[in-house]
Design a protein around this ligand. Structure first.
Ligand code: NAP
Length: 309
């Protein structure tokens, strides 16, 4: 029986693991499908305190993992598919064929990139449609590409892609970027980046091999249609919380985010939530890490009060 199982390996999960491990509670971390979470798909992180020159996202996550492991955290390369509470107030976490027992759970499963919901999108992933510029940007040198979205992610992707692509369109449904001023200014001043305002992508157009060739746009003010040549589309329109496996266990808000009822405690005693899976307001690496710390401290307190550890 584990004291604490931490589900997820982003900033929240690893920070929780550092604190739980330093309390000598030997946490077990279930890695999930993307070890290191969203920061492993970004480039430079400029706003994580303590790194005045910035740090690459994957490197930051590797350092967090090393720090957690240094104090006795163990990791299993599985993704949780179910969590159940038993009559004796312990939990069983199922991950495919495997199952794990624990006295408390910290959910830090983060959120996954949202897509538009167009018909041929699944087939196009890897053939000119992606949500990770860091992963796929270098495959599109000297060709035009597009980013969809107007937030910090879209701006960051656009600037990164400008290193490779001949041109980067940033297609946004409004006429003003949502991104922070520093990012928006950088994008709008960039010679290779061209915003296309008030526009929604209504179709991904492909060639006979199924590769992306164009996007069909609809202007939301004039209703006019247009076609833009692009070899790849990078979708950056926000995220969906990874809570699908928890719907029968704890209360979620209408958008699927875990509800924190008291501190990081969910609607179920012994289950704590941290990071983007339970935070649609801030969604920063540092706030996720902060919530991971809080969840660990609250899990510790819960174990001590409930089980006398
Ligand atoms: P976001 O801020 O929620 O922005 C999503 C963008 O996608 C918005 O511009 C939104 O348009 C657009 N959008 C949403 N649904 C759409 C749809 N169905 N069709 C077309 N467009 C759609 O998401 P994010 O950029 O991923 O950022 C998430 C959080 O992480 C934010 O708090 C951000 O500040 C933070 N972040 C920070 C950094 C950094 O500081 N370096 C980097 C990346 C992200 P509207 O504007 O019209 O709503």
């Amino acid at each position: 029986m584990e004291n604490v199982i931490i589900i997820g390996t982003g900033c929240a999960g690893w920070t929780a693991a550092i604190y739980v491990a330093r309390a000598n509670l030997k946490p077990l971390v279930l890695a999930g499908d993307q070890i290191g979470g969203q920061l492993t798909t970004t480039t430079e992180v400029e706003n994580f305190p303590g790194f005045p020159e910035g740090i690459m996202g994957p490197e930051l996550m590797m350092k967090m993992q090393q720090q957690a492991e240094r104090f006795g955290t163990r990791m299993e390369y599985v993704a949780a598919t179910k969590v159940e509470k038993l009559a004796d107030d312990t939990f069983v976490v199922t991950a495919g064929e495997k199952s794990y027992e624990a006295r408390s759970i910290i959910i830090a499963t983060g959120a996954s990139p949202r897509h538009l919901g167009l018909p041929n999108e699944k087939e196009l992933i890897g053939h000119g449609l992606t949500s990770c510029a860091t992963c796929d940007g270098a495959f599109y040198p000297d060709v035009p590409v597009a980013v969809i979205g107007g937030g910090d992610s879209a701006c960051e992707e656009a600037v990164f892609l400008s290193k490779f692509a001949s041109k980067v369109y940033i297609i946004h449904r409004r006429d003003e970027l949502r991104a922070s001023k520093i990012m928006a200014d950088r994008v709008l001043a960039h010679e290779k980046i061209e915003p296309i305002w008030d526009s929604a992508v209504s179709e991904y157009v492909t060639d006979d091999k199924g590769e992306m060739t164009q996007v069909r746009l609809q202007n939301r003010k004039s209703n006019e249609e247009s076609l833009v040549d692009v070899k790849c589309v990078f979708v950056a329109i926000g995220h969906i919380p990874n809570t699908q496996f928890l719907v029968d266990l704890v209360n979620l808000d209408p958008n699927g985010y875990l509800l924190r009822e008291k501190g990081t405690q969910t609607s179920l005693e012994g289950v704590f939530a941290a990071g983007d899976v339970a935070d649609h307001d801030y969604r920063q690496a540092i706030t996720a890490a902060g919530l991971g710390c809080a969840a660990a401290l609250e899990a510790e307190r819960y174990l001590s009060e409930k089980f006398g550890d």
